[in-house]
Design a protein around this ligand. Structure first.
Ligand SMILES: [Zn+2]
Ligand SMILES: [Zn+2]
Length: 337
């Protein structure tokens, strides 16, 4: 019988690479043979500090693969990306198709078993067929690409806009690519890690220096000091989208708050991504990657076999090497690379 190795989190600091039976597929599910699963920044606190909602949980919410079995026989052999959120379909948000703000959702890779697994049964509703030209690595990047798109769309980018992006990790870089594709003139970055700035520069972006003209901001860190710098940098009537998920308290000094008032700034929040018939960041992200508008290939700086999941997490925790996106590969991995 085939194996179903997976990265199962039993407790904080206890991520086990173990075998398990291949899951049964319900009528409304398809069985996916996972090829690539990205390690998200949010997976680090899951493994090392905060844990998951219950133990054990197979983590991983940025994954793509090949359909191994579709009970309806429609998707067999297809390359697919997976929207990891399972909405309740009953609350006010869900009735409006705003699934990201669902009051009672489930989630592959945090609240239920996710994608760091050779096989996973996924609800048909969450499956997106990928353009054939895309690699599985690109499919697994559809989550951060969609999150970046969702944030940038809040800014209503116009030709000539000059953006400041705080945080040059995967989603920050992707947000910059979206902004450029929407007509932004310049995209500047700041980050406490100079290696990340250097990386952004190596793929055509610029480093922010105080005094650069800024009309829009994507704040991607959730740190008080970064928020202050952003609000200071943006010009009057500028637009700011707050995207970074804070690790702790966020504080604002009086003069920081004054920037919002005195410059009449427009502040937006963004959370996750849209996945409905009116706005579907996921479908648009797959299309944009296939058309080359968004290029995530240079962002995948590391690939580890799933069996080396602990080494991947250790490297990231210790920042032993510069990385942008770390990908776990399995079942032959990203054969299109
Ligand atoms: Zn993520
Ligand atoms: Zn809901």
């Amino acid at each position: 019988m085939k194996s179903n190795f997976r990265a199962n989190l039993y407790a904080i600091n206890d991520l086990r690479y173990e075998n398990a039976p291949i899951p049964e597929c319900m009528e409304d599910e398809v069985l996916v043979e996972v090829k690539c699963c990205g390690v998200c920044g949010s997976d680090l606190p899951r493994v090392y500090t905060k844990g998951t909602y219950h133990f054990p949980t197979v983590i991983g919410h940025e994954f793509a693969g090949k359909v191994a079995h579709d009970p309806k026989g429609e998707l067999d052999g297809k390359k697919v990306a997976i929207f990891p959120l399972l909405p309740c379909f009953e609350c006010e948000s869900c009735k409006q198709g705003s699934y990201a703000t669902c009051e009672n959702y489930d989630y592959y890779g945090s609240r239920r078993d996710g994608g760091m697994s050779e096989y996973i049964a996924v609800k048909r509703w969450n499956i997106l067929a990928m353009p054939d030209s895309l690699s599985y690595g690109e499919g697994a990047m559809c989550e951060p690409v969609s999150v970046g798109r969702h944030a940038v769309l809040k800014l209503d980018i116009k030709k000539g806009d000059k953006l400041l992006i705080s945080g040059a990790g995967p989603i920050g870089i992707i947000a910059g690519q979206w902004a450029k594709s929407l007509g932004a003139d310049k995209v500047y970055y700041f980050d406490i890690d100079q290696r990340k700035i250097d990386f952004a520069k190596s793929i055509g972006f610029e480093e922010y220096t105080e005094g650069d003209e800024i009309s829009c901001v994507v704040e991607g860190t959730g740190h008080s000091e970064a928020i202050r710098r952003c609000l200071k940098a943006v010009k009057p009537a500028g637009r700011v989208v707050l995207m970074g998920n804070p690790a702790g308290e966020v504080n604002m000094a009086q003069d920081t708050y004054w920037y919002i008032l005195r410059k009449e700034l427009k502040l937006f929040g963004t959370w996750n991504s849209a996945y409905n018939d009116v706005q579907n960041d996921w479908k648009d992200s797959l299309t944009a990657m296939a058309e080359g508008k968004i290029n995530v290939k240079p962002l995948i700086t590391h690939r580890y076999d799933l069996s080396d999941c602990n080494a991947a997490f250790e490297m990231m925790k210790n920042r032993a090497e510069f990385y942008n996106k770390v990908m776990l590969v399995m079942n032959g991995g990203d054969e299109n690379e």
